[in-house]
Design a binder for this molecule. Structure first.
Ligand code: ATP
Ligand code: MG
Length: 503
């Protein structure tokens, strides 16, 4: 520091010279002397000293305090005042210029040296502090993460531009407001206001993080999905003197997630479509082969064809045509349901009459070994439902009950109308092969068939259709089954479409 460059401002020429010579002795470089405030400013700007020694009382219109103010503001050069005496008023004024020291006249060379070294050090520390502060400010301002700082009462003391952009608050309006006002967060799903992380940090005295699916409500009421963390700001004695919240806008990431989900759904749909086409064409091939073979046999045998054989072949053809038309029906139904175009036309219906008629028709057509025993347990069985969909529902459940009871056995069909719960409950119980427990959860998925039905024909669409029909009525379907003992399907439907079932 010995080589520091110093400007001396002193209107007493002799004193000025003495000081200049003392400075030279101490190894400093004197960049010049000035005897008035105006000259001091001009010389300071011209000679660029590192420090100015300034007499407070100067002749002329500008005194040392006024000159020091300008030098400090315009040139950022520290000033040390020289003073012989000082009235209160002058010293108060001098303080405002934030001097880097005072030297009281008369002073020794040692006094001079100590004052100069302290002044220079103070100025250097001040500059470093300012640079650090500027660097920090630049960092915070250019950060893409938003930052809000508060004091130990949770009042906002700082916001960076990213925080202003996300919250819609300007720092100047936010300062002094409670953090929860500026940083208002809600649960994206329930929309409930969440505890402000600042309050939480002040209470728990540790870093806290936001839960998933948190949104910030901006000043103008918009909703922005955000992620964040909040940390305590600790002072020297480890005391918390504020909180800093760092958060970021997740809108884009959320958008990407939604797109990915949509894409996955579409891929799954495409996969199902391909599976659908390949399964359906496969299912058509079997009955077609049966028809083709039967026709060829009839042709081949020509006039040799016996009446018994003719009947057998025709029966085979009939069976094949029937299964193709069933499949057609299922495919058409699924197509409608998948396109969201499943027609649902509820109308008043007497469920007991409907069930009896449907069972009668079903038994005539299927001509099965199993007998269907219907019981209605309620007096009043009127409801409002879609008859066409009920036909699909019970047609499929009954044909399963028959198909998967190869050794026969009665099938029980029970109906209960519960006016208190306002629901109709249907039970269809068979004594067939049952469904292995491992398969039960997936039965309502397209093409899913249990592991014990390999030798029995089927596509795996019947229960999907049942589920669609139940859903259209906003009802529920469930299954209880034991292998070798039998299966019970339970369907619960609201008696009226206005009364949908809840969990
Ligand atoms: P289709 O599309 O011709 O109806 P499917 O009968 O195989 O073919 P679903 O009706 O959807 O298809 O039934 C799915 C599977 O559930 C069946 O393959 C069978 O494994 C099982 N299942 C359904 N009902 C019964 C039942 N009553 N008893 C035993 N298993 C059953
Ligand atoms: Mg079926």
């Amino acid at each position: 520091m010995g080589q520091a460059r110093i400007l001396v401002v002193e209107d007493e020429v002799i004193v000025a010279r003495t000081i200049a010579s003392q400075l030279s002795q101490l190894g400093y470089i004197v960049t010049g002397t000035a005897s008035s405030g105006k000259v001091a400013i001009a010389k300071a700007s011209e000679t660029q000293p590192e420090l100015v020694l300034m007499d407070i009382i100067l002749k002329g219109e500008m005194d040392g305090i006024a000159a020091a103010t300008q030098i400090r503001e315009q040139l950022d050069v520290p000033v040390i005042f020289l003073t012989a005496y000082g009235d209160e008023n002058t010293l108060e004024r001098a303080k405002i210029t934030q001097p880097f020291g005072y030297i009281v006249k008369p002073f020794t060379t040692k006094d001079l040296r100590i004052a100069i070294e302290i002044g220079l050090l103070k100025h250097q520390l001040e500059r470093e502090l300012r640079e650090n502060r500027d660097r920090l400010a630049t960092l915070l301002n250019s950060m893409s993460d938003a930052v809000i700082a508060t004091d130990d009462r949770g009042m906002v003391t700082f916001m960076n531009p990213a925080a202003e952009a996300i919250t819609g608050w300007q720092q100047e309006d936010a300062l002094g407001n409670e953090a929860s006002e500026v940083f208002h967060i809600v649960d994206e799903v329930t929309e409930a206001t969440l505890e402000n992380p600042v309050t939480k940090v002040l209470r728990e005295q540790q870093v806290v993080y936001l839960g998933e699916f948190t949104s910030l409500i901006t000043k103008d009421g918009k909703r922005v999905p955000i992620g964040d963390s909040a940390s305590p700001l600790r002072g020297g004695s480890d005391q918390i003197n504020g909180v800093v919240v760092v958060f970021w806008d997740l809108s884009e990431r959320r958008q990407t997630q939604l797109l990915e989900q949509a894409l996955e759904k579409e891929q799954e749909l495409n996969r199902l479509k391909s599976l659908f086409i390949s399964t359906v064409s496969h299912e058509f091939r079997n009955p077609l082969t049966v028809i083709q073979t039967a026709v060829e046999l009839i042709e081949l045998q020509g006039t040799h064809l016996t009446e018994a054989k003719r009947r057998t072949y025709l029966k085979r053809i009939q069976g094949a045509v029937q299964s193709m038309s069933n499949l057609m029906e299922e495919v058409l139904f699924m197509g409608q349901a998948e396109a969201g175009k499943l027609l649902y036309n509820p109308a008043p219906i007497n469920l007991e009459h409907f069930c009896r008629e449907m069972i009668e028709d079903f038994s005539t057509v299927t001509n099965s070994a199993s007998e269907i025993i219907f019981t209605s347990h309620s007096e009043n069985t009127t409801a409002v439902m879609d008859e066409r969909l009920l036909n699909y529902m019970f047609g499929n459940l009954l044909s399963n009950a028959v198909k998967y009871s190869p050794t026969g056995g009665n099938i029980q069909f029970d109906l209960i109308c519960d006016p208190t719960e306002k629901v109709a409950i249907f039970y269809i119980r068979d004594r067939g092969i049952g469904i292995p427990e491992a398969d039960q959860a997936q039965l309502f998925e397209s093409f899913y068939r249990a592991s014990n039905v390999q030798s029995i024909q089927g596509t795996g669409l019947g229960l999907v259709i049942v589920k669609r029909c139940v859903d259209a009525h906003r009802g529920k379907v469930s299954v209880a089954s034991q292998v070798g003992i039998g299966t019970t399907f339970t369907i619960i439907l609201p008696l009226n479409p206005e009364l949908s079932l809840t969990e």
